[in-house]
Ligand binder design. Structure first.
Ligand SMILES: Nc1ncnc2c1ncn2[C@@H]1O[C@H](COP(=O)(O)OP(=O)(O)OP(=O)(O)O)[C@@H](O)[C@H]1O
Length: 327
């Protein structure tokens, strides 16, 4: 079957506008192949394993699979397997009866029954404890769950999409992941390449995020010079697409030129910012710039490449945030 992958899949209709996102596919031949396989897997509603480094877009692709398949109007229930509470994991996934354990004051459906006729997205599946892996395998094989405290299995109809940034073959070889579960999940594997291996798509991502954040922050679309674009393409992006998005969003928030991590402003003074939390990022940027300039607001603004009025506004906002958190 030959299908032409669309370049950008538009906003996910099933998500509230705040969380909605688009999927940029780009020109990389590997990603084109992934798109074809994803379309097929979505149509036949089979189990899919999405692998790749952090920030390569595994969850974005899982949501696209949901949107492309016949289950698009049903639930998409994401669960972070690394964050499951060990003692409660079984009931979190498969539900429990009232009184099944201390504190179970009512019955609970659990993730799988909540997703009935829809999709369960098992994120970080490689971090699931072995004991729970055995239970998950049984659920996948038999198509039924037995809630904790019950002896009656309940049939379920869910499509499972799993994702991990671990190398599951290595995990299997080291006895940390069940081989039978690995094969069960890995019917179709979508291997997301790291951004450094799809350098040709970086200019597209830069444009994509620039347009997105220009619209969000009501600023003009940033157009990089050829030299800057080359630097962006040559950078290794350890945090992948997520990191590129944060670098661009940071520049829109601070109203300054986007800078690669570790890059120094011309003054020689530098700031080294986190790229994972926007509110913290803003606070850290202002804080570090003020420290680096011994509290000189004008020089701190210059260091961040922002207008002094913007600096004043950011400081007022931080003060307001601080007082509201003190209340
Ligand atoms: N193909 C893409 N098109 C548009 N945005 C993307 C794409 N890939 C990644 N992103 C952006 O990168 C961010 C991170 O993507 P996502 O959460 O799907 O990565 P992940 O591989 O699941 O990461 P982790 O392993 O850390 O959970 C998304 O919020 C989105 O902004």
């Amino acid at each position: 079957m030959t299908t032409t992958a669309p370049l950008i899949v538009d906003s996910f209709a099933s998500l509230p506008p705040e969380d909605s996102d688009s999927l940029l596919i780009g020109d990389d031949p590997n990603v084109g192949r992934i798109a074809t396989h994803a379309q097929r897997a979505a149509q036949v509603e089979c189990t899919v394993l999405i692998t790749g480094e952090t920030g390569t877009g595994k969850e974005v692709w899982a949501r696209m699979l949901h949107r492309l398949g016949p289950r698009r109007d049903q639930a998409f229930v994401p669960v972070n397997c690394a964050a499951l509470t060990p003692t409660l994991a079984e009931s979190q996934l498969f539900g429990h009866e009232k009184g099944a354990f201390t504190g179970a004051t009512g019955a609970s459906l659990g993730v799988f029954r909540t997703a009935e006729r829809g999709i369960v997205f098992l994120d970080e599946v490689g971090d699931m404890p072995l004991e729970l892996q055995a239970k998950l395998l049984r659920v996948l094989q038999e198509g039924e769950v037995t809630p904790v405290g019950s002896s009656t299995p309940i049939s379920i109809d869910v499509q499972v999409i799993a994702a991990t940034n671990r190398n599951l073959e290595e995990e299997v070889a080291n006895g940390r992941f069940r081989e039978d579960l690995y094969y069960r999940l890995n019917l179709v594997e979508l291997k997301m390449p790291p951004l450094r291996k799809r350098q040709g798509d970086i200019p597209r991502f830069v444009e994509y995020f620039s347009r997105k954040f220009a619209a969000r922050y009501e600023r003009p679309v940033w157009k990089p010079s050829p030299d800057t674009l080359r630097d962006f393409c040559e950078y290794s992006w350890p945090g992948n697409v997520r990191q590129l998005g944060f670098v661009l969003e940071q520049s829109y928030v601070l109203e300054c030129e986007p800078m690669l991590p570790g890059q120094q402003r011309p003054s020689g003074e530098s700031v080294d910012l986190p790229f994972t939390d926007l509110a913290k990022l803003r606070e850290a940027a202002v804080d570090q710039a003020l420290r680096a300039t011994q509290g000189h607001k004008g020089r701190a603004a210059k260091l961040l490449g922002i207008h002094p009025n913007t600096m004043t506004r950011l400081l007022q906002q931080l003060d307001a945030d601080q007082s509201s958190s003190d209340c």
